[in-house]
Write a protein that binds this ligand. Structure first.
Ligand SMILES: C[S@@+](CC[C@H](N)C(=O)[O-])C[C@H]1O[C@@H](n2cnc3c(N)ncnc32)[C@H](O)[C@@H]1O
Length: 479
């Protein structure tokens, strides 16, 4: 309805209430038109960008397009001129097979759902012998996975986004892990359970089945965690140390021994304990205090040592004393010790809270924190939920078996493809639901509605109440 029509109507019926209503409707419609225009503009902008990239790629690869990269010699997929412009024709090294088939109900970060399992097979089109590319990787417990958010549905993005855990508040896209970003690239730190030939067996993943993987790299705390970098650097600078002053050299030397999967001591803040290997410090994001049979080798990092030095202090004390010291150190308010550590945080008592730092210069080595994170990561406005199962749902779940093994031969019961059994599935369901997987819209507008998601071969039905999520039914997926 046009403004003229509204005016005409108002003069004929002279009913001010009616006119007010119509005016309100017009305001709403105008807003909607504005939003639509914005969306359209974004879509056109994004389309133009992609056309430009495509055109460059087409020019380079010939008019039949670059999609036939499989038939091209591997070395010719990227040429120096395009590479220099930041344009590469990506080719997935493999595709994820995972226990999550759709985005809904997939953990927002790998750490919230430990048992989430997946496999990744390296494609033959990448290497003639894909298994060769994985030699040595089995010595690492975790790997970085770089992947494409191929199911984003659209390629549009905005400079500010509303992370679900921030309950509607906006922040810059680059301060978040939002899937909707200019180059739809995801980064996940996954646990590497084992390697068989050309296949990686993973857990702690947040990627859906079919996700194209562009690259993998070993997770090396000495390079990737600022806490560990400090440990390595400070030790390398000791005058009596035979290694060079280069932290890289130092870090590589100490990893000549392979790291067996260390047991976790979740009650100890990570990155605090340093174990010596080959006379050099080996720090780990997973604390290995339980492995320190020879306690004379144990060292604790004291980043705010009054001497100003951040060098490790030798302890040579028993485990209880070490733990006591760590606890009191933490409770004194040295909140920097835990920042940046994600392993075992949920179980860690006395974990200090991370506040956003006001100092724009940021932390400096040997002075303040090694790394800082936004306060809402650990203290989001959206509280985590208690997760319950109805007796009916528990019975449903107990019917499931893990994948076929020698101990679990064929049977008529429903089976999981990835998860090892009902216990692991229950833990995964708890992980997904306790983090409240609903969108902000659903959380605020669609209360008490049923929520469905698929985990491995099970369809889960649940509902959300005040502060809890309750699983009502666990059924084998229809197909
Ligand atoms: C918030 S992102 C974080 C991913 C990664 N850890 C990161 O930081 O880049 C995780 C969410 O992305 C979505 N997702 C996972 N795989 C996807 C894919 N292939 N395409 C689109 N969305 C995906 C799921 O809904 C999941 O909850």
């Amino acid at each position: 309805m046009t403004t003229n029509e509204v005016t005409k109507m108002s003069s004929s019926c002279n009913c001010s209430e009616h006119v007010n209503k119509l005016n309100q409707q017009i305001t709403v419609m105008r807003k909607e038109i504005k939003n639509l225009r914005q969306l359209l503009e974004n879509a056109v902008r994004s389309h133009r960008k992609h056309m430009t990239s495509l055109q460059s790629a087409l020019t380079h690869f010939g008019q039949d397009g670059a999609s036939n990269t499989q038939s091209m010699p591997k070395t010719e997929r990227v040429t120096p001129d395009l590479l220099e412009k930041g344009i590469i024709q990506t080719q997935p090294i493999g595709f994820i097979s995972s226990c999550f088939s759709v985005k809904n109900g997939t953990p927002r970060q790998p750490a919230i759902c430990g048992p989430s399992r997946a496999t990744l097979q390296i494609q033959q089109s990448i290497f003639n012998n894909p298994e060769h590319s994985l030699v040595g990787l089995e010595t690492y417990s975790h790997i970085w996975i770089l992947f494409l958010f191929h199911k984003n549905g659209h390629l549009s993005y905005k400079a500010k986004v509303k992370p679900p855990r921030l309950n509607g508040q906006r922040v810059g896209v680059y301060s978040t892990r939002s899937p909707h970003r200019p180059n739809a690239l995801g980064l996940t730190l996954a646990k590497l359970d084992r390697v068989t030939s050309d296949t990686l067996h993973l857990s702690e993943v947040d990627m859906i089945a079919g996700t194209p993987v562009l690259d993998i790299k070993p997770y090396i705390p000495d390079y990737d965690s600022p806490h560990c970098r400090l440990a390595v650097d400070s030790d390398c600078l000791q005058p009596d140390n035979t290694s060079s002053h280069d932290g890289t050299f130092c870090a590589e030397s100490m990893y000549t021994e392979s790291l067996a999967s260390p047991p976790r001591a979740d009650n100890v803040p990570c990155d605090m304990v340093v174990e010596r290997k080959n006379g050099l410090p080996s720090c780990c994001a997973v604390p290995r205090i339980l492995r320190l049979e020879d306690q004379s080798k144990a060292e604790v990092l004291c980043p705010d040592d009054s001497s100003g030095s951040s060098a490790p202090k030798s302890l040579g004390k028993d485990l209880a004393t070490v733990l006591g010291e760590l606890k009191s150190f933490v409770s004194q308010g040295d909140d920097h010790l835990n920042q940046g550590c994600s392993v075992g945080m949920s179980q860690a008592p006395d974990v200090p809270k991370a506040e956003p730092k006001e100092d724009s210069a940021g932390p400096r080595y040997g002075q303040e924190a090694y790394s800082t994170i936004a306060g809402w990561i650990r203290e989001p406005p959206v509280a985590s939920l208690e997760v319950r199962f109805t007796p009916h749902a528990e019975r449903d779940l107990s019917n499931f078996l893990g994948p076929i093994t020698a101990e679990l031969p064929e049977s008529n019961q429903p089976r999981f493809q990835f998860l090892r059994g009902p216990k692991e599935a229950a833990a995964a369901i708890r992980g997904v639901l306790s983090a409240d997987p609903r969108s902000v819209y659903r959380r605020s507008r669609c209360r008490d509605r049923l929520f469905f998601f698929t985990l491995d071969t099970a369809d889960i039905t649940c509902w959300f109440g005040q502060g809890f999520a309750e699983v009502l039914q666990v059924r084998p997926v229809a197909d």
